[in-house]
Design a protein around this ligand. Sequence first.
Ligand SMILES: Cc1cc2nc3c(=O)[nH]c(=O)nc-3n(C[C@H](O)[C@H](O)[C@H](O)COP(=O)(O)OP(=O)(O)OC[C@H]3O[C@@H](n4cnc5c(N)ncnc54)[C@H](O)[C@@H]3O)c2cc1C
Length: 461
Amino acid sequence: MKEEICDVLVIGTGFAGLSAAYVAANRGLEVFVLEKMGTPGGNSRISDGGIAAPNTDLQKKNGIEDSPALMAEDMLKAGKGRNDSALVNIVAQNAKDVFTWTRETLGVEYEDRVDLFGGHSAPRSYAPKGTLSGRPLLQGLLKRLKRNNVRFFYKTYVQAFVQDERKRVVGVEALYPYHFTKEVETSKIFFRARKGVALCSGGFGADKTLKTSLDAKLQNISTTNKPSSTGELLKAAQKIGAKLQDMDCIQLAPWASPDENGMGAGPLFGDYIVLPYGIVVDRKTGKRFTDELADRDTVAQAILDRKEPTIGIADDQAVKRDGLSLEKALKKQVVRAFDSVETLAKHYNVDYGSLAKTIEITNQGIKNGKDAFKKSLSKRATPIEVAPFYAMRMWPKVHHTMGGLAIDTKARVLDKQNTPIEGLFAAGEAAAGVHGAGRLGSCAITDCLVMGRVAGKNASL
Ligand SMILES: Cc1cc2nc3c(=O)[nH]c(=O)nc-3n(C[C@H](O)[C@H](O)[C@H](O)COP(=O)(O)OP(=O)(O)OC[C@H]3O[C@@H](n4cnc5c(N)ncnc54)[C@H](O)[C@@H]3O)c2cc1C
């Protein structure tokens, strides 16, 4: 078998893997990054690029009070106590640092506003300037890594971990050239790491067999993830004794549309416009049924309980508020525009009288600052009253897998006795513990950057 040798081996070209590689390369080490696909980025590439951080200059400019302790408290609440509080504190305390790193070192520019997502008790999410995408951050990382002579091996499918006689992980066995959609002839390569292996292979949101074995109701629920988000390396790590935890914690995104595949164009409307500034109604009753800004699990479950897609509605003021373009979603007819609430009601077969009443009650709540569902209204929320009125059918999709490898605060992968497996580190969506039972919006990227750097540092020692 062919052998390639480096100091630090990183698996995965998402934000966690590239952050790990960055730190290891900055220490002057020889770093290899392995990726099964032909292009870099995994889910990180198709993400919105939204990152959460407390105590930032943008918050101060907007008069927002926040702190790492408050962010940690919100994450623990959403995680329903299943998070590892030591990991949560590391992420919250280093969030501002990594946000600054993305701006000052990696060259990412952000919009001037601070977004409020469900489950956060203060606006603390930042969107990349001009594009809701992970690409600016991905490009920033790749550029720096190439400058530091990090070597990338694409179409390289890692299938097993290799241990020495003391059970230390010394490398991996991979197949090359791998092709995701077709069978091709491959040969085996042994990648040896003189120091450590950082496993940053992402989540398993698109792994139908694995996710339905954990939760049968997911059989007919699609996903926002890239098809390559599969869990083979969690199983490979399990084979060498690694502990998996919280595997049943699979997050459904409430703001997706059943009228398109994958993430699609609708979430921009659902997540950034409907949930903070609009309403979601039950098609059968024309009534709201949840605080749209509750955490994702709560809202997704409330939608599933309706047994059929619900309708997300916002008016023209809400759509124009943050300058987001609905062009793509309107063109795909995932989001539709109506000149009156009546025509909207007719299109979706909702009782007009009931919907008009719901909007009237909601508008009263916005004017009085008191929402019937105790929604934490943004200071920028305005009554739903200016045509055109926009709407989208909303039905959850699998978005994030909180479970994965048990790690400690040094990102060392733990075995079933909670003893670190020497030589093996994990970060990002492949690791468990940071988000517990539920992840808050924008906190995954912060997690990937913070814990990816921790994994990179410790794999370099
Ligand atoms: C559509 C979408 C939008 C999102 N938007 C946001 C957002 O705005 N803010 C936020 O905080 N979070 C967001 N998330 C979540 C966040 O993007 C992910 O949790 C995060 O990017 C995961 O990064 P990662 O590095 O752990 O994994 P990934 O970015 O998925 O990278 C893992 C890489 O490992 C590779 N790999 C896997 N198995 C193997 C193998 N056997 N051999 C070799 N390589 C392998 C994969 O191909 C992949 O490239 C979003 C997620 C999605 C799906």
